[in-house]
Design a protein around this ligand. Structure first.
Ligand code: GLN
Length: 199
């Protein structure tokens, strides 16, 4: 049993750093659980798409029959937050998709995969994030994408080195970096607030 008013937030658990997101959501006051099947998706008020490998997440989503149900719920306004590979999955368009790579969409943006370089060029940087008070967040960038361009409905929340690294469109939030790896739960707190407000 969860207390009334506690948002139920799923983490898409096909591939990626699912556990870290579950822990961050729990710390942010949400009731968090993994989501792999359409029936589990139907039970949650909001969903996190974790960091990992977007080509793998795309393939497994198709295999698990999740692509269409996810597109439908996102299009219907379910709050959704994607970090890194999750940001890629929320893009309406990928600049350099691997063959067969499909996204769920939801944010009117074009993303460039691996834009900040390879694994060994991963880095951390302080990122000033609009909507998150209390100073910059520590951005962990691991083979991170950036947002090449956005459409009119998209609000840019953060930039790094002149590139867009955090955006919001309605109930969809996305970051190029991984707040779930830092122990700072303010981004998950912001998302939990979005889920509460939508409920
Ligand atoms: N480069 C990965 C991709 O294209 C994302 C990396 C990450 O999530 N840390 O999916």
């Amino acid at each position: 049993m969860t207390a009334p008013g506690t948002p139920r937030i799923g983490v898409l658990a096909l591939q990626g750093d699912v556990r870290e997101h579950l822990a961050a959501l729990t710390a942010a006051g949400a009731a968090a659980g993994p989501v792999r099947r359409p029936g589990e998706l139907a039970e949650v008020d909001g969903l996190v798409i974790p960091g990992g490998e977007s080509t793998t997440i795309s393939k497994l989503a198709a295999l698990f029959g999740m692509t269409e149900p996810l597109r439908e719920r996102i299009a219907a306004g379910m709050p959704v937050y994607g970090s890194c590979a999750g940001l890629i999955m929320l893009a309406d368009k990928i600049l350099d998709p691997r063959s067969g790579q499909e996204t769920f969409g939801g944010i009117d943006m074009i993303v460039r995969r691996n834009a900040f370089g390879r694994q060994n060029e991963s880095f951390e940087a302080a990122v000033e994030l609009a909507g998150v008070p209390g100073g910059p967040v520590e951005g962990v960038f691991i083979r991170a994408p950036w947002v090449e361009s956005v459409g009119a409905p998209v609000e840019v929340l953060a930039e790094h080195r002149g590139h867009i690294v955090a955006v919001r469109q309605g109930n969809a939030l996305a970051t190029s970096f991984h707040p779930e790896l830092t122990g700072d739960h303010r981004v998950h707190g912001l998302f939990a607030e979005m889920v509460r407000a939508a409920g």
